[in-house]
Design a protein around this ligand. Structure first.
Ligand code: BG6
Length: 465
């Protein structure tokens, strides 16, 4: 078969998951904020399904990694759960079973010839650190995260070469402090801004420790994974354009700039200051952020953000909200994923590629997540018992075509990871929408390769399609 879209040599063809969404809570001494929320309010989760068993990766990792190999993955990202690895958060004393487990997982990936990318935080703050210090609003928690990160580098840095500090830190800001989809479900604009700053600081401090460690000396790299939602204005009207520019700064550049350029977007800082919601910061911290930028960038791309100038009253006047400066525009002819309610707009991947090339120093980057969550995939099960998910293959192809164009035009992209290898637990949506190349039958924990999994294997083998 002729290959129309050929990708660069050594391209990462892989998939991403996370500890809290795949492992299950087996043998974990501590609870994350999600574990706690599920224990106290199980009805908040789709069909009452929580993270207790998830996709049983804790028990099944050998078989699961073999399946990942079978679908052609040459690299996989997962995360180390703070609540599994660490026994005492104040001293970073480890839990021996956590160390055993992550060592075994890393060794198994390597044995199968799969490059493990280890992420340090995927929305899974220990709930004790929320109760004791106020979570990410506290700089004490930043310090505790750094000693956890250091422990990870010491324990696993001899084998793991690629690290990321945070997955989608903006989702912590939005979910926990603005839009109530992560515990503790607050709406507090000022705190949200402090959290945004503290997460950037925590990332820079972990990077500082990494760069001073043996990992860096042995060729290790560290980055951050950001969910980019490129902001497009409704029209060329200057008011719409200004609305989109603020959304772009708040949602994307507030993490992109510190991570890559070492400073926050100036206009955003000015606006937050004028509104009295700017974060508490010291000059020493500013220096740490300036001097400890990432080696590479991971981009999670799912959907664009369409903005218009505000037309209606702000829904909440009790606190500051970024929506003071924009309103979401629901484009009438948008192509939607109806199960997730997200717009499908593959061209944004190309726009991101050009933005990285032109405005972000063309730093090495990869698509660290992209994917399509579909409800009720059971109805696509064929006579042999596998799921025929042609829509997922088409979705991936469309995004890859635009990514390919970006690479051809000089963007420094080194890989594409799908969310996710094996259907996994998705926060409040639990197992409603499935994203995997490998399907999971939840009650029996049976795992079966989908049509997209076989297709992905060919894609990876041919380094293109
Ligand atoms: C990203 C996250 O937001 O998208 C994952 O990094 C998440 O943790 C994935 O599962 C899909 O989103 P959702 O909300 O449908 O699970």
């Amino acid at each position: 078969m002729a290959i129309k879209y050929k990708f660069p040599d050594n391209f990462w063809w892989g998939a991403a998951t996370s500890g809290p969404q795949s492992e299950g809570r087996f043998h974990k001494a501590h609870r994350s904020v999600f574990d706690y929320w599920y224990d106290t309010e199980p009805e908040a989760f789709f069909n009452g399904v929580g993270p207790n068993v998830a996709s049983n990766f804790y028990n099944d990792y050998v078989r699961d990694i073999a399946l990942m190999k079978e679908v052609g993955l040459n690299s996989v990202r997962t995360s180390i759960q703070w609540t599994r690895l660490i026994k005492d958060f104040e001293t970073a004393e480890v839990d021996p079973d956590g160390v055993r487990f992550y060592n075994a997982v890393i060794d198994e990936f390597l044995r199968q010839g799969i490059r493990p990318i280890m992420n340090l935080h995927h929305f899974d703050l220990p709930v004790e650190l929320y109760e004791k210090y106020g979570g990410w609003a506290s700089k004490r928690v930043v310090e505790l995260f750094v000693i956890f990160a250091k422990k990870c580098f010491e324990l696993f840095g001899d084998r793991v070469k690629d690290w990321t500090t945070f997955n989608e830190p903006m989702v912590v800001v939005e979910g926990e402090y603005l839009y109530q989809f992560h515990y503790p479900l607050l709406v507090d604009g000022k705190k949200a801004c402090q959290v945004l700053y503290n997460l950037n600081l925590a990332s820079a401090k972990a990077i500082q420790v990494f760069h001073a460690s043996d990992c860096a000396a042995h060729g290790g790299r560290i980055g951050i994974v950001l969910n980019l939602t490129p902001a497009y204005p409704r029209s060329e009207d200057p008011a719409d354009v200004a609305a989109a520019a603020f959304a772009e700064d708040f949602k994307n550049n507030s993490f992109l700039y510190p991570a890559i350029k070492g400073h926050f977007p100036e206009k955003l800082v000015e606006t937050l200051k004028k509104d009295g919601v700017l974060w508490q910061a010291t000059p020493e911290e500013g220096k740490i952020i300036a001097e400890n930028t990432v080696d590479f960038l991971g981009v999670n791309y799912y959907q664009p953000f369409r903005a218009k100038a505000r037309e209606s009253e702000l829904p909440n006047k009790l606190t500051w909200l970024p929506e003071k400066y924009f309103e979401q525009y629901h484009m009438p002819d948008a192509r939607m994923n109806p199960y997730r309610g997200w717009e499908i707009y593959p061209k944004a991947i190309y726009d991101i590629a050009c933005n990285v090339r032109d405005n972000l120093g063309n730093i090495p980057w990869y698509i660290s997540e992209n994917g399509m969550g579909v409800e009720g995939e059971e109805k696509y099960r064929n006579a042999e018992g596998a799921i025929d998910d042609d829509y997922r293959i088409d979705f991936i192809k469309e995004h890859l075509e635009w990514l390919h164009k970006g690479i051809e035009e000089g963007s420094n992209c080194f890989g594409y990871h799908l969310w996710t290898p094996i259907d996994c637990w998705s926060w409040m949506n639990a197992y409603k929408n499935r994203y995997g190349l490998i399907g999971l039958e939840l009650t029996t924990q049976t795992k079966t390769i989908k049509k997209s999994g076989h297709w992905f294997k060919e894609l990876a083998t041919n380094n293109g399609f």
